[in-house]
Design a binder for this molecule. Structure first.
Ligand code: S3P
Length: 176
């Protein structure tokens, strides 16, 4: 694949900062970005918590897969930030691979993610309490590990710097 066609998906646990890194990355590279959760909400004309509450998690996961395909098939987006669960299904990982996307895991500690989850305004229906969130975090590490690239993002790491690193190392963009 030519460098100018390269597309990237960002994955990682809730609260790690995928959307923020994607925004910085899009700013730095000028490549179009799409946030899968935002795209789902626009297309469904309702918020994710409402989708899950009304139609259930299985329904949400099937919509997530359909919309992921749609983004990859129909849009020019080269920076795609996934919801934290999207990468954890084999079907989605295979779709991402079939479109030759580079996958990036934003890796962090549970405490870092948990702090962001607690202080965020975003409602996350899969996070009921700290204990169950930690269990989910631990269960998912093996899936996230399958991503092509890993970048550590922690309180000491400025997300703009992480985006810069990704832009330089993956998109080979020169940034002064
Ligand atoms: C989910 C993460 C959320 C959203 C949904 C399910 C998950 O996205 O897709 O609530 O299963 O981890 P963020 O990772 O952006 O919070």
């Amino acid at each position: 694949m030519e460098q100018e066609d390269k597309r990237l998906v960002l994955t990682g646990f809730m609260g790690v900062g995928k959307s923020t890194v994607a925004r910085h990355l899009s700013y730095l590279t000028k490549y179009k970005k799409i946030d899968l959760d935002d795209f789902i909400e626009e297309q469904e004309e309702r918020k994710i918590p409402e989708i899950i509450e009304t139609d259930g998690l299985d329904y949400f996961r099937s919509v997530e897969t359909d919309r992921l395909k749609q983004i990859l098939e129909e849009t020019e987006a080269r920076v795609i930030s996934l919801g934290g669960g999207a990468w954890t299904t084999k079907e989605n990982r295979e779709i991402i691979k079939s479109y030759e996307c580079t996958s990036v895991w934003l890796e962090s500690t549970f405490d870092h993610c948990w702090r962001n989850i607690r202080f965020s305004k975003r409602v996350r229906p899969l996070v009921k309490d700290k204990q169950s969130a930690k269990k989910l975090f631990e269960q998912r590490q093996n899936d996230y590990c399958l991503a092509d690239w890993h970048f550590v993002i922690n309180p000491g790491h400025n997300s703009f710097e992480v985006a810069k690193q990704i832009a330089q190392e993956i998109f080979l963009v020169e940034i002064n």
